[in-house]
Ligand binder design. Structure first.
Ligand SMILES: Nc1ncnc2c1ncn2[C@@H]1O[C@H](COP(=O)(O)OP(=O)(O)OP(=O)(O)O)[C@@H](O)[C@H]1O
Ligand SMILES: [Mg+2]
Length: 484
């Protein structure tokens, strides 16, 4: 169940239900306020708050203040017969600019219109889902908010997978153009000879294969935003044509001499260093300055690792919406993920969460379940692996010093401490896996290596969901030979 994003303050149950279902129909997630709820339970940023039958003016004021309604520009929908209407909508009220009055019986179109006329929402709403409360993402959010209301071109820079396209969409969604189209085109993925007609459209017969007249992306984005992704990969001749449109706001379809005006906001993005590109003659300097009126640099994931739990929860929600299971990470798995350098950034994290959700639907992933490159350094497991191998190579029991190696290997207590139970379980799973690897999945032999009863190992295999690491039928109580 997604987080609620519309709060309904209404003592009349029927009225509350009407508002809630209309909001639900519009794609929002309403929640009713209940005086018995502690403020903590509703203290978050709401997309909209409906105020209807609440008699106590000071409770209402207190609620609005503690929810930071004014600062977060939350839409305040007030019932036309609400006792609070006068206070909230009077000219000198702190909320006056955010108030929309709703008459009853409620008309859906009126509600939709009121919601559309709201001030640009803040970025961290569940509607936009641009996740991140770190300082680095806070700066990005602030820049988005600052630049959204204007038509200035924006150049989003950053490594691959850092969220450049998401930011472009967020700027559009927060801009006065948000009811108009957002059109994206990947300039790097379209062959240079086709890009012109993709951008500006073409007339029928303009070139071989142009069997009908087609609109270009500029025309499709009219009144809205055109997102030029991978602008650094655009050919020099195409850069000249783009520059002209940016300067004159005019273009022609390929094969036509009729000039068309355009009203399109440009947001471009690249993972390349465009400044270096201009120095090397690969990118036109004049175009670079046109595009980078407002540069916005996306941080790499390794620079805002503290957002990882929120990002994972966001990706889990996306998976659930697609009907897939979600996945939890144990403390040690999170610790291992924090040590990874994330060259593919947020996209890499999103792909990993999806992969693990398929492998362990609705389960908990431990450090040892992570794909190898995410596991980081695990000295205990490595040391114990070599002990197990030594045992198989002939020694029935490891030499005392070797045994001590596995226990004394320098595992440094991390700065933030460690969930010891979880960590020990990880070590246990790691050792069991290695024992099964070495013994080709024969449980009886693995149990011998681990100095435990076969039945005890079978129990542990079930507990940790490791049955797939054994040979078929190996975990049934009857199979295998008894071991000491
Ligand atoms: N802050 C964020 N909150 C939620 N999801 C994010 C965030 N940043 C990135 N993502 C997700 O990560 C994936 C990659 O994001 P996006 O496509 O915007 O990155 P990009 O920088 O354009 O990548 P590329 O350079 O590969 O084109 C998408 O699934 C996007 O939804
Ligand atoms: Mg992209």
């Amino acid at each position: 169940m997604p987080n609620s994003n519309v709060l309904i303050i209404e003592s009349d149950g029927t009225r509350a239900d009407i508002v809630a279902s209309a909001m639900q129909f519009m794609g929002y997630f309403p929640q009713r306020w209940d005086a018995s709820l502690p403020l903590d339970a509703i203290a978050r940023e709401w997309r909209a708050i409906y105020v209807g039958g609440i008699e106590n003016a000071s409770t209402c004021e207190q609620l609005m203040a503690s929810l930071d309604v004014q600062a977060s520009q939350t839409l305040v929908l007030v019932g036309a017969d609400s006792p609070q209407l006068g206070r909230l909508s009077k000219v000198d009220s702190a909320y006056a600019a955010q108030v929309e009055v709703l008459d009853f019986p409620l008309r859906y179109e009126r509600l939709a219109e009121a919601v559309r006329r709201t001030p640009a929402p803040r970025i961290n709403t569940s509607v936009l889902r641009l996740v991140g409360n770190s300082a680095a993402m806070g700066r990005v959010n602030a820049l988005i908010r600052q630049v959204s209301p204007f038509d200035s071109s924006v150049l989003v820079l950053g490594e691959s997978g850092t969220g450049k396209e998401m930011v472009a969409r967020a700027i559009h969604d927060c801009s006065p153009r948000r009811e108009k189209p957002f059109v994206a085109i990947n300039c790097g993925a379209i062959p240079a000879e086709l890009l012109e007609s993709e951008l500006f459209g073409h007339e029928k017969g303009a070139f071989t294969g142009a069997i009908s007249t087609r609109k270009g992306r500029f025309e499709m984005a009219e009144g809205g935003t055109l997102f030029l992704d991978e602008i650094g990969d655009m050919s020099l001749p195409m850069q000249v044509k783009l520059l002209r449109v940016l300067q004159e706001r005019m273009y022609e379809r390929v094969g036509s001499n009729r000039t068309q005006r355009c009203d399109v906001r440009i947001i471009a993005a690249t993972h390349r260093n465009l400044e270096a590109g201009t120095a090397e003659g690969r990118f036109r300097e004049d175009l670079y300055y046109r595009l980078s009126v407002f540069p916005l640099e996306m941080p790499a994931l390794r620079e805002h690792l503290e957002d990882m739990p929120d990002l994972i929860s966001e990706f889990n929600q996306r998976l659930q919406r697609r009907g897939l299971g979600s996945v939890r990470f144990s403390g040690s798995a999170m610790q291992a993920l924090r040590q990874h350098t994330w060259p593919g950034n947020v996209r890499e994290l999103s792909n990993l969460v999806e992969r693990l959700a398929i492998l362990y639907p609705n389960g908990e992933v431990r450090a040892n379940d992570l794909p190898e490159k995410y596991r980081g350094v695990q000295p205990i497991d490595e040391a114990s692996g070599s002990i197990l191998r030594a045992m198989l190579d002939g020694q029935s029991k490891p030499a005392p010093t070797q045994n001590r190696v596995s226990l004394d290997t320098e595992v440094l207590l991390p700065e933030g401490g460690v969930d010891l139970k979880d960590h020990l379980a990880d070590i246990e799973v790691g050792l069991i896996r290695q024992a099964l690897d070495i013994t080709d999945g024969v449980v009886a032999h693995a149990a011998k290596l681990l100095h435990m009863q076969r039945t005890t190992l079978v129990e542990k295999l079930r507990k940790y969901g490791l049955q797939s690491c054994c040979r078929a039928n190996e975990t049934s109580p009857q199979s295998g030979t008894a071991v000491a």
